[in-house]
Design a protein around this ligand. Structure first.
Ligand code: HEC
Ligand code: HEC
Length: 333
């Protein structure tokens, strides 16, 4: 039953992929998002369960989906995330949609890829607060999981590597092709209104694409926040220098994707820009030394809204029940 469902998802994705393959793409600094290619549907299905699995948190109520709500653009729409014990994290939760397309994970790029990233939030005190050994122990005590890990990895002993590997495999399916902008990129002139196209032209000609480029319209480099004018923030986050130790990397952040940016408010690593208008105004002044008129901001915002793609259809997974031996959650620890 479960396997049948996973297979039909894979088939649907393959069909969508081949329908696009023959169409020529405009030569623009932003490229269309390609549909996900699912190689191992059973692994994706397991990763999806773990994505929605609150028993990976000490409290028993926090899952990856709590802060990267797939129904809300893959974010929590909060300034900065709230995790275990109502503790506020230092930074805004980035979207997980299309995050597989980025050069590295986190605002400062401290994880090389999705698999390396996935281990972080489980044990982070301000996120799920769950030591990896305990997370593994909990899953190992649930017969439904032991069986499913065995059928995916061929071993009856679960380890953290399998957990992060399958979550990453699920995350790779979280791409959002087929936005109106992508339809335009693939040659459909009617996909954008005049105002939206004017916004894209302004975005391109004023230099936003120097940083926001590639299929994700971001995620291809680390750049300073505040190139022309310094950015004032009360957030302790220092950006890339936390990873490289180099002073020159202070306040360099991974350029965020602008895909689905209409859904991922509030903006910037500290979540201080409440609206797209505010974010565009700040970017114009701080990154390019350019003050846009209200009309120009309206045009760019109209363009940015065309980057909302087709979000994958995700059926809520049924999670296998705990056994008598499963350690119980401790919400107030
Ligand atoms: C308490 C809220 C919270 C929970 C729970 C949480 N995350 Fe996150 N996630 C964040 C925040 C905040 C960041 C940004 C942290 C940073 O850059 O320093 C982040 C970053 C990420 C990124 C990097 C995205 C990018 O563009 O750089 C990925 C991928 C991710 N999380 C996946 C997960 C997975 C998988 C889980 C579950 C195992 C999870 N998250 C659980 C809040 C959370
Ligand atoms: C020099 C590189 C650079 C240029 C040029 C640039 N950006 Fe950015 N952009 C960034 C970086 C870095 C961030 C993240 C900054 C932070 O969070 O502190 C960002 C963030 C954003 C965000 C917020 C996204 C989010 O999810 O938080 C928007 C919207 C945005 N840029 C739009 C634009 C627009 C529109 C332009 C042109 C007017 C532009 N950017 C020019 C590097 C750049």
């Amino acid at each position: 039953m479960m396997k049948l469902k996973a297979t039909s998802v894979a088939v649907a994705l393959v069909v969508a992929g081949s329908a696009w393959a023959a169409v020529a793409v405009r030569d623009e600094p932003i490229k269309p998002i390609e549909p996900a290619k699912v190689e191992n549907a059973a692994k994706v299905e397991l990763g999806k369960k773990l994505w929605f699995e609150p028993r990976l948190s000490m409290s028993g109520i926090i899952s990856c989906n709590t802060c990267h709500n797939l129904s809300m653009g893959g974010t929590d729409n909060l300034k900065t995330s709230i995790g275990h014990g109502w503790k506020a994290g230092p930074v805004n939760s980035p979207t997980v949609y299309n995050s597989s397309l980025a050069i590295a994970q986190f605002w400062d790029g401290r994880a090389a890829d999705l698999k390396e990233q996935a281990g972080g939030p489980i044990q982070a005190g301000v996120e799920m607060n769950m030591p990896h050994t305990l997370a593994v122990g909990i899953l190992q005590s649930i017969p439904g999981y032991v069986e499913e890990f065995e059928s995916v990895y061929g071993k009856n002993k679960i380890d953290i590597d399998m957990i992060t590997d399958s979550i990453a495999e699920f995350e790779k399916t979280l791409v959002t092709p087929d936005s109106r902008f992508d339809k335009w990129l693939r040659g459909d002139d009617k996909a954008l209104s005049e105002k939206e196209l004017a916004g894209y032209t302004l975005f391109k000609e004023s230099g936003c694409v120097a940083c926001h480029n590639g299929p994700a319209a971001g995620g291809t480099s680390f750049q300073r926040m505040g190139v022309v004018e310094p950015y004032k923030s009360s957030s302790p986050a220092e950006g890339r220098s936390a990873v490289t130790g180099a002073d020159a990397d202070r306040f360099n952040f991974k350029v965020p994707t602008l895909r689905n940016v209409a859904l991922t408010y509030p903006y910037f690593h500290d979540g201080e820009a409440a609206t797209l208008e505010q974010a565009v105004d700040t970017m114009g002044r701080l990154q390019l030394g350019r003050t846009y008129s209200k009309d120009e901001i309206g045009q760019i915002v109209a363009f940015l809204k065309t980057l909302t793609g087709e979000l994958p259809q995700i059926a809520m997974p049924v999670l296998p029940p705990s056994s008598n031996a499963t350690p119980r959650p401790d919400p107030f620890k």
